[in-house]
Design a binder for this molecule. Structure first.
Ligand code: ZN
Length: 374
């Protein structure tokens, strides 16, 4: 089998890395559209730092701060129209997965006309606006992937635009923007990153290179787990110090680099329905399901499961399931009707073919059911 590794995004990491590297924006153009959510980028100081950097090198900008969580197709068309009307040269996305995923679609749609029915086709002209990304959560990895995941009401799920055009040009990682994230957000996003690393190892496209990044990512996240449990008990985010925030942000980056090569697998396919229909946070949805999928892999491919569990210092998948139960707390309810419906949707996704261990529709139903046992 042929493996490839492609990750063309320049990554800048460190304290005040945006304002210290403001000259990098000059290469992207003269006018920027800042794409972000309504509040967090203003609260955590990231938007201010970006504006300071742009002003220091004489770049004009405008702000599109209407990105909701799980952004819609209408939202990205609105952002792209704003970019076109104002002659914007490049996009700066600040935030978690939602603003970053929206930023990619806006960069694509601002550079070329794509009808809505062709948005997920993958057939585009080779034109996109340059992008600078500032992740302010540690989970999505969107800052180093070619995926833009949008809420697709027609398909009643989340659908991804996947194109090498969507790799950001540059990404800035400064962990101080994640310092005020609430405990549950910190945990849910960390579990999303963990799921990316684990699923990367469970993908048919896994390679030695992607596995090395995945194992490093898993170890870094697991090192922070004792403090996650303590933070849950204390009910306070101050348990995490800046060093740990840096570890989580870089673990998320590496897990993003993994899925840029491997794609995601069964867990994400199943999780999207939990988010779309039941409004369960994306990382939490993955965490609810990952333990049961690892148990299935353990039965079918014990060596593969063993190599993942070893990176976590576990010897069996049950231990991982117990840890997720502790981190996720009280579980939602799921009905047998919902299980049937979600399994039918998940079995049709390309994530199934992308998995080394391919469950049947019946196995998907069993995993959903067991994942919600209290
Ligand atoms: Zn994810």
């Amino acid at each position: 089998m042929t493996n490839k590794f492609y990750m063309p995004t320049r990554v800048i990491i460190g304290d005040d890395c945006i304002t210290k590297n403001s000259e990098l924006f000059i290469f992207l153009g003269k006018k920027a559209l800042i794409v972000t959510g309504a509040q967090s980028a203003k609260r955590n100081g990231s938007e201010k730092d970006v504006k300071t950097a742009l002003e220091s090198v004489g770049i004009n900008y405008l702000v599109f701060d209407k990105v909701m969580s799980n952004p819609t197709i209408a939202c990205v068309y609105e952002g792209a129209t704003l970019a076109k009307e104002n002659g914007v040269d490049f996009i700066i996305a600040i935030g978690g997965g939602s603003p970053m995923d929206a930023g990619k679609a806006i960069a694509l749609l601002a550079a070329q006309d794509i009808e809505e029915e062709n948005l997920f086709s993958g057939n585009y002209e080779k034109k996109v606006l340059p992008m600078a990304f500032v992740p302010t959560t540690a989970g999505t990895g969107s800052e180093v992937t070619q995926y833009s995941i949008l809420t697709n009401d027609k398909a009643q799920t989340k659908t991804s635009i996947a194109s090498d055009l969507l790799f950001p040009t540059v990404t800035f990682l400064d962990a101080k923007y994640t310092e005020q994230l609430a405990v549950t957000t910190t945990i849910n996003t960390a579990i999303d990153a963990l799921s990316h690393a684990v699923e990367g190892m469970l993908s048919v496209r896994a390679s030695n290179v992607s596995d090395a990044l995945a194992v490093a990512s898993i170890r870094m996240i697991m090192n922070c787990v004792p403090d996650m449990l303590q933070a849950l008990l204390a009910g306070s985010e101050v348990v995490f110090n800046l060093k740990q925030r840096e570890q989580l942000l870089q673990a998320s980056l590496m897990a993003g680099m993994v899925i840029a090569q491997t794609g995601t697998t069964v867990v994400h396919a199943m999780g999207y329905s939990l988010t779309y229909f039941k409004n369960i946070d994306h990382g939490r949805a993955n965490g609810l399901l990952l333990g049961e999928y690892l148990k299935l892999v353990e039965n079918v491919q014990p060596d593969l499961a063993g190599s993942i569990l070893a990176a976590m210092n576990f010897s069996e998948a049950d231990q991982f399931g117990e840890l997720m139960n502790k981190l996720l707390g009280d579980k939602e309810e799921i009905s047998s009707e919902e299980i049937k419906r979600y399994s039918k949707i998940a079995i049709q996704t390309k994530n199934i073919a992308n998995s080394v261990v391919k469950p049947t529709e019946e196995e998907l139903r069993t995993m959903y059911a067991l994942s919600f046992v209290k």
